[in-house]
Design a protein around this ligand. Sequence first.
Ligand code: NAD
Length: 520
Amino acid sequence: MKLTKSVLEKLGIERINFGACDGIWITQVRDNGKLRRCNGDLLPSCDPTTNEIIAYVIQAEAIEYEMVVTEAARAFLSWRMVPAPKRGEIVRQLGEELRKHKKELGALVSIEMGKILAEGEGEVQEMIDMCDKAAGMSRDLYGKTMHSERPEHFMMSQCHPYGIVSIITAFNFPIAVWAWNAALAAICGNTIIWKPSSETPLCAIAVQHICNQVMKQNGLSGIFNLLIGKGSDIGEKIINDERIPKISFTGSTKMGTHVEVSCAKRLAARRILELGGNNAVIVLDNVSDSIVFKLAQRAILFGSVGTAGQRCTTTRRLIMQKKVAPSLTEQLIKAYKQVKIGDPLVEDTLMGPLVNRQEVINMMTALEEIKRQGGEVLYGGKHIGDCFVEPALVRAPKNMPIMREETFAPILYLVEAENIEEAIEINNSVPQGLSSSLFTKDLASAMLFVSHRGSDCGIANINVGTSGAEIGGAFGGEKKTGGGREAGSDAWKEYMWEQTTTINWSNDLPLAQGIKFGND
Ligand code: NAD
């Protein structure tokens, strides 16, 4: 509690916080001509380790929503005219400020979401890396020139910012996912409205304070904005708002489907969807008695137990070739027994709590269903109080229906396969397509896995686990994971639209495709 208090103080979190910010925290609104204090419903934020309320947020209502959208639209008009490398410089400064707050911000992620401290700090590091990367990329927002079919004509395409980009985020990466999107959206010339998960509003408030400070130092406002409120209220408003041309949504496939349908109805809304995963590691027989066998064990343990199984890239299925299966299963049971479960702020804890009681219920319900469908719990799966559970290892028949679903908890299904072909078939047999890994010593198997006969996932790794992606490569998944790409590679293009221009520098007006129209 003492640590929590000092973390909150350092990050400017009060007992009761305002939930809307357009560069300045909105504390009062003009309602029917009269000024009054914001009085939206209070949202308590709970520490899942202790079940204590950490602090409260006054949720944004319709009036605050309008203020934030209006200010973000106004700020876009000038922000888009700031040269991109200068926008990059502002984002670089944001990265610097995050560096100064890494410890306390990482701790707040642990306290509010429940992931262990090392992972909380890792999340802040990812934000810093993203700011650094975006700062460099701000000099690289390139277009193209093309050769025209018409003489003395010039063709080019260039990229322009959309306007307001709204970022709706999930609870499990309360700040890093915002940074993946916000750093790139900002260098591209957009303004940003963030709607964080209602499970982790304080993390968002802390980041907003840091943004406000950097923006103030640069005489800017309205670039990074925040709206905390219910998904069914503020989230709905955002996805249906004609003034918001780009939505980046991270969350469950169920909610992402709803977002997709709502945005499609208004057609002008472009979207990035980062939805649920159902990720598999394949281990082939040829790794037995090699160092790769040990690497596989470590990667599977981190992938399945890390963040208490609450990563979109969590390893949910382990597909083992038949010979390696008994020894790998035995080693995993041993490793699972040693996982220290408890307070995520304590140094040697490997697994903290689930984010809330509902997630515990979901896990226990899934385990009942697993048994009904012929799965055998080999280890763990017990509820050990409040939001704490044991991670579970489950031997599963390869067509068990529940394995097609993402249960957002630490349940690892163990499945056997005859060979690499069958293993890939099982890997690809689920509706989601986010992350996948193969552990092998054989080059041909590795190449098959990453070829177009191989894994159908947005991420396909060799001798590296399914979770813990680097920001340098584009992140995202196929099929019901939504198809979005964020962070590295060409992901910046998601935040700009492309315009094609043809310039005629001749004294004639030839038409494309050689069309003759009237007298030339
Ligand atoms: P969720 O779908 O319950 O919520 C996500 C966000 O949607 C929250 O901010 C929520 O408030 C908002 N929301 C709720 N109702 C809404 C509405 N009607 N309109 C608009 N927004 C609304 O997801 P969660 O439980 O917070 O997160 C876990 C899920 O997110 C898992 O499925 C996980 O795999 C996925 N996830 C995916 C990625 C990825 O990159 N693919 C990353 C992190 C999490």
